[in-house]
Design a protein around this ligand. Sequence first.
Ligand code: LLP
Length: 431
Amino acid sequence: MLSDNISRLPDGTLCFAGQSIPALAAEYETPLYLMDEERIRANCRMYLDAFRAAFGERALPLYAGKAASFKEMYRIMLSEGMGVEAVSRGEIYTAICAGYPTANIYFHGDGKTPADVSFAMEVGVGCFVVDNEHELALVSAEAGRRGIRQKVLLRITPGIDPHTYEAVNTGTVDVKFGVPLETGQAFHFVQEALSLPYLDVAGLHCHVGSMVFDEDVFERTLDIMVGFMASLNRSLGFVTRELDVGGGYGVRYREDDKEADIPARIAAVADHLKALCADAELPLPFFLMEPGRSIVADAGMTVYTVSTVKHIPGFKRYAIVDGGMGDNPRYCLYGSEYTVLHADREAEDSAIFDLAGRCCESGDIIQPAVCLPRDTAPGEHIAVCTTGAYNYSMASNYNRLGRPPVVMLRDGESRVVVLRESMEDLCALDL
Ligand code: LLP
């Protein structure tokens, strides 16, 4: 199986976190997002332990809430001792509602509005990751109005190609995020920030991309960032107290995907950073990373019920299910790959199907060319694996379909942590 929280009983019933998928589908109906709480916690601990081993108390992983943001997730992050990065008022508010302390939130985003900045400062967000010079002025003015000194990190674009897909590359010079080093703009950005009395410039941030597998991406990033830290130190006397290198480690969606050995990668990154800082005679900064996908992806599974099966002889077979691009737009957007399993049984005689959704668009495909029992029939259950990241959080109400509930699994028990959106919910904001 793709991940050790997925298994089959001898009769072919698929299980997730040790619980029967058909039984969960009967109890909660479909489409249904399942999340394995133990796996989320284990992934957090993998980062926390690796950080502690490499840096002692001088490092913190921040969970990137954009991967999956709902209250229970922030409760889990709080109980595991994870920091949080947020990109909107909505994510910050959700964290606050869950009792997550705002002091541990790093506020990201390249298009923060004056209302965002004011809200985040009002609720005491610990650190703003400032994306650009306009935002710098905005944050500084708001801090001045409030008479506080706001801690900030400055987002730098290091000019690194992380070798991932276009939509999630954020490292190269021409992306919309951060201020590029290559053009000399980053130096002026830092210089400007240091001249603003209401800002406490704690350090630098960069994020080069998502679904990163190349082993040396963070090392190459550090070569550039520490070089920049050294030049800032030489010419401005600036000491980078915090260095945040963003998120990005990839996960396995298919059996033949590579596996990133994250603890080993973190140990190597730490050694590299220490050596670079020692060479440049710089103090080792407090180290931050922002994992999202690698915390929650393999903790998620989506369950559907087949509505219709179509066979167009000589062309295609479709299994059309009761969800689709509304709950998982990732194949439509990025051509993302997934492992798809029949959840009720295994069969010797299989056929290739396109797993299609119910939206009124030919492009509503969850995954093309998946192998399912040839006699797959309406009413049977299909599981899409590794949907914990960027599925619930990217879901929409296209075609006025309600978003599925999120059911958390732990120790043989299940509980709803996000309710299914009802038809009344869909109309709740209409006047
Ligand atoms: N930090 C920053 C500043 C980010 O922009 C991101 C992701 C992360 C951290 C977390 O990266 P991760 O560890 O999850 O790779 N919707 C796309 C992914 C977009 C990622 C956006 N930024 C997808 O479904 O593949």
